[in-house]
Design a protein around this ligand. Structure first.
Ligand code: SAM
Length: 230
């Protein structure tokens, strides 16, 4: 899968994709992340990407022309597998089901807003959807784009190394099942300051372990995220 990120701060992404699962996926050729500088699609001396909002509000808004030009030059002929998402506090709340759906795209282009936001014509006529990562306002879409890329990348076949592992994570309908939280985990030492790892996990009875994991995943969901059980 190819991810494109359109931003006025390309250097922001030097960090987030240079580690762990995403980096390994890139190095193995399972995904590609292309960072595009929005200013490359401006035509004036100052490489202007923003302007004052109509109606006399405060602040600045990202202009639509460079954004449309960027997407149309990245994909001169756009096809159905190429999706555009605008990161926006006003978007649909990002969750595992949206991540699963996006992971089936061939390419995903993420537009990072800044300032007061992005000219509404981008949401209306260019983006397939608007995505929010939570009910709070960030300074820019870059952190949100990094969250979306990381979440989707780990769902791509082969990226986690073990095909089954993302199925057993929190919120997935597969694995422990029903979109609940993942089960808690323990590792060595088996006893630390008098707190013991559950005995059943130390034995080799796979059926008992499977049942125990399902039970404690449900218990933890009831305790921390009862909303997921409804
Ligand atoms: N005026 C906008 C509002 O109140 O909805 C907020 C603009 S925000 C300061 C600038 C940019 O940050 C947005 O265009 C968007 O790209 C990004 N952003 C802010 N909060 C976000 C969130 N919760 N999820 C995704 N992107 C967000």
């Amino acid at each position: 899968m190819i991810f494109h990120v359109l931003t006025i701060f390309p250097e922001f992404f030097e960090g987030p994709f240079a580690h762990g699962v995403v980096k390994r996926g890139k190095d193995a050729g399972l995904l590609d992340i292309r960072i595009h500088n929005l200013r490359d699609w401006t035509h004036d001396r100052h490489r202007t990407v923003d302007d004052r909002p109509f109606g006399g509000e405060e602040g600045m808004v990202l202009k639509c022309e460079p954004i449309f030009s960027a997407v149309e030059s990245i994909w001169p002929e756009r096809h159905a597998g190429q999706k555009v998402a605008l990161l926006s506090a006003q978007g649909r709340l990002f969750d595992q089901s949206i991540a699963n759906r996006l992971a089936s795209s061939a390419e995903l282009l993420l537009i990072c807003g800044r300032y007061e936001g992005v000219d509404e014509r981008v949401a209306e006529h260019l983006a397939d959807e608007e995505i929010s990562i939570g009910n709070y306002v960030l300074s820019g879409g870059e952190l949100a784009a990094a969250v979306v890329v990381d979440t989707v990348a780990r769902l791509l076949p082969g990226v986690l190394g073990n095909e089954a592992s993302s199925a057993f994570e929190s919120f997935q309908e597969t694995g422990h099942g029903e979109g609940l939280l993942d089960c808690p985990h323990w590792t060595r030492p088996a006893e630390f300051r008098g707190w013991k790892a559950p005995e059943v996990l130390l034995g080799g009875n796979h059926e008992e372990i499977r049942k125990f994991r399902k039970k404690i995943a449900r218990e933890k969901t009831e305790r921390l995220r009862p909303d997921l059980l409804r």
